[in-house]
Write a protein that binds this ligand. Structure first.
Ligand SMILES: C[S@@+](CC[C@H](N)C(=O)[O-])C[C@H]1O[C@@H](n2cnc3c(N)ncnc32)[C@H](O)[C@@H]1O
Length: 566
């Protein structure tokens, strides 16, 4: 887990320490990934995922890895292509199962291996501190097994843990956050002060149909999983597909008839499109990413709510390689008959790249935006604007952010909203503070944020377009010293320039919101412990870490962290 987290945390410019092999950062990571490390902390001794002895096995209760033919050489280091019998101990970064070689503790990571599962795996990739394994066959199922309700769960790259009991999923996520804060963030979980810092994970009450946006791809090459149980179901005369990308392939699409993460209304639309689009008389062709021929690229389904009625409203966005509205007309007329559909758009993307953002956008039916409500505010969402994809859990997340911000509520404070997107966090705080300043790199998101402020009658928020990886010493000259900084970066976390700015500015409180606990732990380490090799002193105390599950059945973990100036 920690070795893979090192890779996740090591991005150019995002923390020199993570790239220095002799640094305590990597040493700490290494320690957690090898048997030569100091004895595990008390909390790790009581790992809820401790592996029970597999039936018919004489091995000890620790996870075992043995070669099929002979016992492993010492020190154990697997060869590429080698087949091993493994037991998964726990889940780590990206939901990969962590296994260890018996005796040496050498770490092996396996996609889709779940805690307690004994399986045969083949070594697919070797790294200095760990190896990656492809699962060949389950020998004994994992603990906390539940039937996955979705027929695609074992093949589609999205829901990797659907057949793990939800309570076990969130326990695993909470444990990952703890491990990262301890090993990457360099906090001592034996320290009594730390005991109160890490809060229990906030579960997601709604575990299916929670996503308000899904993007499917049209493909000229249908991916048929090798698993026998799927083959029959996936037989078709055509090689075309509309669904989700096969894990690891940009050109192969797993054909899906419905997705249990999106709403029933969105599944109705998907079913209508699946029913018709391959009809040869309609003349559709999926875009081929190799030949760059074909018309249909992506189908995006987005759900909001009507402002007055609260009823669902659905946006359907066809991303195509050229503009041919007459070709889409038969589909448009069928879909527009579905009551929830209020907007049908066509984004035309003529580039050879396969992104879903078009150079031109056309409204084929209804309106060009939908609305959603969050913490009493209204947000207008266009096809390409960023919006939290789990609206219900976003309410929970934003409430936690506000709690951590600890606003006085007297309208005296300045809030700096870094990585503000369409301004949703800053705007939900604006009514209680003097002014909100939001920074974001995407110009369209800034326009959306300004429009959202206007829509809600908020006049004390300023949104500025800018790249927070490229700030210089003048950053901060255009706004007063913040009382509270909210920082919600995307997966790479914060650039060292931004860390330095925060340490120089010394805002009394920082609320760090993260969708990547590895880079979050690294940045918190910098803010609290400094960067010795650069002579930078840490100035913050970590007061709270609250993991939040926004995406059940997937490996994604969100965290809200509160830091206070020492
Ligand atoms: C996780 S989203 C958070 C959005 C927003 N806070 C919200 O809750 O909706 C991260 C945001 O950071 C923006 N971003 C990514 N890199 C950036 C950079 N270098 N400078 C400024 N903004 C950036 C992205 O465009 C995205 O809107």
């Amino acid at each position: 887990m920690a070795a893979a987290a090192a890779a996740a945390a090591a991005a150019p410019g995002f923390g020199a320490r993570s790239l220095n092999a002799r640094s305590p950062f990597l040493l700490a990571l290494r320690c957690s990934a090898s048997s030569a490390c100091p004895s595990p902390s008390p909390s790790r001794d009581s790992d809820p995922f401790e592996t029970p002895p597999p039936p018919n096995s004489s091995s000890s209760s620790t996870a075992a890895a043995t070669t099929m033919a002979t016992s492993p050489p010492r020190p154990f280091f697997p060869k590429r292509g080698q087949t091993l019998e493994l037991v998964c101990e726990s889940l780590a970064f990206k939901g990969k199962g962590v296994c260890r070689a018996a005796d040496t503790g050498f770490v092996l990571m396996c996609d889709r291996a779940l805690p307690g599962e004994r399986f045969l795996g083949r070594v697919s990739r070797k790294k200095p501190t760990y190896a990656e394994v492809t699962k060949l066959k389950t020998l004994t199922p994992h603990r906390d097994f539940v039937e996955a309700p979705c027929e695609y769960a074992s093949h589609c790259g999205g829901c990797k843990t659907q057949n793990l009991l939800y309570e076990a999923q969130i326990r695993a996520k909470e444990q990952q956050v703890r491990d990262l804060i301890v090993h990457v963030g360099r906090f001592d979980d034996r320290d009594p002060d730390f005991a109160g810092v890490l809060k229990p994970i906030v579960p997601c009450d709604v575990q299916f149909h929670y996503r308000n946006k899904m993007e499917f791809s049209f493909g000229a090459q249908r991916w048929v999983p090798r698993d026998e149980s799927m083959v029959g179901k996936d037989k078709t005369d055509s090689g075309f597909a509309l669904g989700l990308h096969a894990p690891g392939f940009f050109d192969k699409v797993l054909h899906v008839e419905k997705c249990l993460l999106q709403s029933e209304a969105a599944n109705k639309v998907l079913a209508v499109i699946q029913d018709s689009w391959m009809d040869p008389s309609l003349g559709f062709s999926p875009y081929n990413v190799h030949t760059h021929r074909g018309f249909l690229k992506h189908l995006m389904l987005r759900m909001g709510r009507h402002l007055n009625t609260g009823l669902p409203e659905l946006m359907v966005n066809f991303v195509t390689a050229s503009y041919k509205p007459e070709l889409l007309e038969p589909l448009v007329s069928k879909i527009s008959a579905i009551p929830e559909v209020v907007s049908i758009l066509n984004n035309v993307n003529t580039s050879v790249g396969n992104t879903s953002v078009g150079e031109e956008e056309y409204t084929l039916y209804g309106k060009s935006t939908i609305t959603e409500m969050l913490r009493g505010l209204t947000f207008q969402i266009s096809a390409n604007s960023f919006f939290q994809t789990n609206s219900k859990q976003a309410e929970v997340l934003y409430k936690l952010i506000e709690d951590c911000a600890g606003l006085k509520g007297d309208g005296s404070e300045i809030v700096l909203d870094l990585f503000c997107g369409t301004g949703t966090i800053g705007l939900t705080l604006a009514r209680k503070v003097r002014h909100v300043y939001g920074y974001e790199v995407v110009a369209e998101a800034i326009s959306d944020a300004q429009r959202n402020a206007e829509l809600n009658g908020i006049h004390n928020a300023t949104f500025v377009q800018g790249d927070l990886n490229k700030i210089n010493d003048t950053f901060g000259n255009d706004f007063p010293k913040p009382d509270i900084v909210i920082s919600d970066p995307n997966r790479p976390g914060m650039h060292m320039k931004l860390i330095k700015y925060l340490l120089k500015t010394q805002a009394p409180r920082i609320v760090y919101v993260s969708c990547n606990p590895a880079t979050c732990a690294r940045d918190i380490d910098y803010l609290c412990h400094g960067v010795d090799e650069r002579g930078i002193k840490g100035r913050y105390l970590l007061k709270r870490v609250i993991p939040v599950d926004m995406f059940p059945h997937t490996p994604h973990i969100e965290c809200v962290c509160l830091l206070e100036l020492c």
